[in-house]
Design a protein around this ligand. Structure first.
Ligand code: NAD
Length: 222
């Protein structure tokens, strides 16, 4: 897809992978809509994109809130025009002792990582189908392809859901001329740890989790 001249909406666009993608798309000639809950970084990234000479809209948008995401779609169309690219990228990590993690914590993690993606699809896919034009990128993870640790179960479950949802969405959207991509990063140095929640992680559990991850990744003996 030629991206020059497109309007690209990026959730979690103020930091890390979302910010990097926003800057790359702006350099390639896209106008950018940044959606995030971190107002300081939202403003800093907005200024970086403005300096590249592209139009940019920075929206305080919590992807775990239905109205925020619907409002994001409305403002995008009204202020920058029809979006051609949507990157459902906002995500958080939840990990820990599974018997201690409250259901509210599970809902927090899946509400952002899974339902945040669903809300993005709900708000933007209809317009793309009507225009027979657009591309949706969902950020999964290597953790959505293989379970490396037990303590990571909430995050892993959320990313497996994103992978399945994205594969099905690709099948659904293709006949309408709407493209779909799945991004599965490995380790990337971002601010992800800042928003992450760890429940009941003792030093022993941290050590076991690290050993398990190293063993699976490096094929080492346990
Ligand atoms: N960093 C890695 O190693 C890695 C690996 C695999 C997948 N990922 C995934 O990449 C995506 C981006 O993460 P990152 O590593 O760039 O982290 P990051 O924390 O630097 O960026 C994520 C952004 O999402 C925003 N955000 C968090 N909750 C939000 C909400 N409810 N609504 C809107 N915005 C919200 C944060 O404020 C932040 O700006 C996530 O989905 C993450 O799971 C990251």
């Amino acid at each position: 897809m030629k991206v020059e001249g497109e309007v690209a909406v990026i959730t979690g666009g103020a930091s890390g992978i979302g910010r990097g993608t926003a800057l790359a798309l702006a350099r390639a000639g896209c106008d950018i809509v940044l959606a995030d809950i971190h107002d300081g970084r939202l403003d800093a990234t907005r200024r970086e994109i403005e300096a590249l000479g592209q139009r940019v809209l920075a929206v305080h948008c919590d992807v775990s809130n239905d109205a925020d995401v619907e409002d994001l779609a409305r403002r995008t169309e009204a202020e920058l025009g029809a979006p051609g690219i949507l990157m459902n990228n906002a995500g958080v990590v939840l990990r820990g002792a599974l018997e201690e993690i409250e259901l509210a914590e599970w809902q927090w993690c899946l509400g952002i990582n899974v339902f945040g993606v669903i809300r993005g699809i709900h708000a933007f896919l209809g317009g793309m189908i009507a225009r027979r034009h657009g591309h949706i990128v969902n950020t999964g993870s290597v953790a959505g392809l293989v379970a490396l640790t037990g303590e990571g179960a909430p995050y892993i479950a959320s990313k497996f859901a994103v992978v399945g949802l994205t594969e099905a969405l690709a099948l659904y959207a293709a006949p309408f001329g709407v493209g779909v991509s799945l991004l599965c990063p490995g380790g990337v140095n971002t601010n992800l740890a800042e928003t992450g929640r760890s429940i009941g992680m003792t030093a022993e559990r941290e050590r076991a989790e690290t050993l398990m991850a190293q063993a699976v990744q490096g094929g080492a003996e346990m």
